[in-house]
Structure formats: structure tokens, C-alpha cells
Write a protein that binds this ligand. Structure first.
Ligand code: SAH
Length: 352
């Protein structure tokens, strides 16, 4: 058993049962045995591959979105570009490289901030971005809110812990938790924690994302802000999700959510209805990643690169773009979502 899993099992034996949200928080973010804090998780060697790790085309297109947004903000000399949960720093590296090329004037007084809670990922980001002048912070509240700000985040909202609720009949729900039984973890019910939902679904899921979004919105209350989130999820009819979306990925395979605590990635599908409710009116999307990236010009960029490659390179590019765009891969389930405040930005790619 992975040493993180042993530690988590022992922790739950001593302190459990834990709510589903506390279990996710522990498995992902515990300073000594959390998955994001201790393991090398992203990319082809790790447990899962994200869009920026798959191909630089993703970051190039996100850069065009950033530059277009910056222009719509009136080309401010001083502005902040922040990324949430930057992983290996690949997206920001691609964005800065392309910004310098296509809009060098945007870069002269731009402050770049990376918001990251994981010390091990921060180290990797510092290596990837060693040549850049960047500020690292652990909390969105530490990002300077003096200047117009553009925020990007890929697979950031889907890493937030969720609460799960189990139907007892008549819309009455009891919170679902995780307990240790010998050397195994099982789901259990936390009888003392109850809620009511207008639903008959067996499991209802609510997310802690809304609390984070409220803080985010408040921190930039007086700042022209445009933010782009790309996460996997849907926009159901209700701000709660009527199913269990908790998913564990270990060595590129879906595994039981409780089987490799601290050694597997745990994610949930973002409920964009709840996200919109937390943020208010000026939201765009969610829009399927494939449509969004096509709107930003992916086919044109792909054709440019294609022309310069040999056969093997073309095949590799095609495979990567297929994963990014195909409706049964990342193209449909992943969604682009934008929120703006205190400005008139009509974000590119959302078809408005
Ligand atoms: N954006 C990267 C990585 C996605 S994984 C990519 O696309 O490759 C999720 C990232 O969010 C990790 O870097 C994780 O450490 C970070 N993270 C999760 N919750 C966070 C929080 N509350 N504040 C800052 N970073 C967070």
C-alpha cells in the first residue's frame, strides 16, 4: 500500500468517520500525505494528463483569449495575470511565450501571480518558469487587486471537496461519510448531519466551490476582472447534483474512490448552475471545450503546425488534438466558463 494510503487509513481509524468533503480534503491536500501536496501526478508519467500537458496548442489559444480580453479592458499598462492551480506551470509558460510574440506591449508592466497550495507543485512551477518574474501565493486573497485582472484556471474548480447526501425518503437526506473497517475504507452515514433537497435522487452532491467563488468575487469587488475556468462538469437544473460524481484516477485508470486514498486523484464534476448562482449575472458558458477552442481558432492553428511536421509528428499531433477535442474524450465533458465584473468585456470564444 502507498505510504499516503497507510497514513490516511490510520488517520481515519483514529479520527473517523469523516464527511466526504473532509475525506477529499485530507486525501488531496494534507501537508504530509495529500495527493496534490506529495506526489508527482500530472502528465504522461503521472496519473492523468491535462489539456496544457497534452499540447501547447491549448496554451496558445488560451493566450489569444487573454490578449483579446486585455485589449477589451483598454490595453492597460499595469494589469495582473493570475492563474489558479497551475500544476506544472505549463499553461502559464505557453501563455507568456505567446503573449510576448503576439502582444509584446501587454507584457511590459504585467504582474503575473500563481495561486497554488501544493508545495511540491510550486517547486515544479518554479523550475518551469525559472526565467519569469512571478509571484507565488497560496490564496486568491493575496493576489494584488489594484489593477485590472485576468484570471485563468484549468481543472481548478473540479478539485474542490464535495459533500454527498444520501436519500432517506421524502426529500430528507443524511450526509455521507467515510469510515475505516479493518484495513478498508467504506462509505457510511453521518446520522447527525441532515439536509432537505427537492429531489428523489439516491445521492445528492453539493460543493464547497461556492464558498471559494464568493471570496473570489468579494476580493475583486472593485477591480475590473475577467476570469476563465475550464473544468469538467455540467449545468444541471438545480444547484445540487443528483448523482455521485466523485471519481478517482490512479495510473490513468478509473479506480474505486476509496481504494487508493492519497495516491489517486479525486475529482468531481463541477455543477455550473451552482457556480453561476454563486457569481451572479455576468457569466458566459458553460460551453463545450471543443466548441470554445474551435471558436478561438484551433483548426487554423492546427493546420499551421501540421504543415511543418513530418508524418510521425502529424500523427502525434492528431492524436493529441483528438483527445482534446473529441466528444467522447475531453471535448464535450470539459467546459469553458467565464465570469466578468466591473468591465464590459465580451469574452472571446463564447459566441456572443
Ligand atoms: N491547471 C493544471 C493543474 C490542475 S490540477 C493543469 O491543467 O495541468 C489542480 C491544481 O489546483 C493543482 O495544482 C492543485 O494543487 C491546485 N489547487 C487545488 N485547490 C487549490 C486551492 N484552493 N488554491 C490553490 N490551488 C489549488
Amino acid at each position: 500500500m502507498h505510504k499516503n494510503s497507510t497514513n490516511i487509513l490510520n488517520y481515519i481509524k483514529e479520527n473517523g468517520p469523516l464527511s466526504c468533503a473532509d475525506f477529499m480534503q485530507l486525501c488531496l491536500y494534507h501537508p504530509e500525505f495529500g495527493y496534490y501536496t506529495t506526489t508527482n501526478l500530472l502528465g504522461e508519467q503521472g496519473d492523468f494528463i491535462t489539456a496544457p500537458e497534452l499540447t501547447p496548442v491549448f496554451g496558445e489559444l488560451i493566450c489569444l483569449w487573454v490578449v483579446n480580453t486585455w485589449e477589451q479592458l483598454g490595453c492597460p499598462a499595469e494589469w495582473t495575470l493570475a492563474e489558479l492551480g497551475p500544476g506544472h506551470g505549463t499553461l502559464m509558460s505557453d501563455v507568456l511565450r505567446v503573449c510576448r510574440k503576439v502582444a509584446p506591449s501587454s507584457m511590459s508592466c504585467c504582474s503575473v501571480a500563481l495561486v497554488e497550495t501544493s508545495p511540491s507543485l510550486t517547486k515544479i512551477q518554479q523550475q518551469t518558469l525559472a526565467e519569469e518574474n512571478i509571484e507565488w501565493v497560496t490564496d486568491i486573497n493575496q493576489v494584488d487587486n489594484t489593477w485590472p485582472t485576468i484570471v485563468i484556471g484549468n481543472e481548478f474548480l473540479d478539485a474542490f471537496p464535495v459533500q454527498q447526501w444520501h436519500h432517506q425518503g421524502g426529500g430528507q437526506y443524511v450526509e455521507r461519510g467515510v469510515m475505516a473497517d479493518g484495513n478498508e475504507l467504506h462509505f457510511t452515514l453521518l446520522k447527525e448531519s441532515t439536509a432537505t433537497f427537492e429531489s428523489e435522487a439516491e445521492i445528492v452532491e453539493t460543493s464547497t466551490t461556492a464558498d471559494w467563488l464568493a471570496q473570489f468575487k468579494a476580493h475583486f469587488a472593485d477591480t475590473p476582472l475577467a476570469s476563465l475556468f475550464i473544468d469538467y462538469g455540467a449545468a444541471p437544473k438545480t444547484p445540487f447534483t443528483e448523482k455521485d460524481t466523485l471519481q478517482a484516477i490512479h495510473q490513468h485508470q478509473k479506480v474505486d474512490a476509496l481504494a487508493h486514498p492519497g495516491a489517486a486523484d479525486l475529482t468531481t464534476q463541477v455543477n455550473f448552475t451552482a457556480v453561476k448562482e454563486a457569481l451572479g449575472d455576468t457569466c458566459y458558458g458553460p460551453m463545450a471545450q471543443a466548441v470554445f477552442l474551435t471558436n478561438l481558432g484551433l483548426p487554423i492553428r492546427a493546420a499551421q503546425i501540421h504543415a511543418k511536421l513530418d508524418d510521425a509528428g502529424r500523427q502525434d499531433l492528431e492524436q493529441r488534438l483528438h483527445r482534446l477535442m473529441a466528444l467522447d474524450e475531453m471535448g464535450e465533458l470539459f467546459k469553458a466558463f467565464c465570469y466578468v465584473q466591473n468591465c464590459d468585456v465580451e469574452p472571446a470564444g463564447f459566441g456572443g
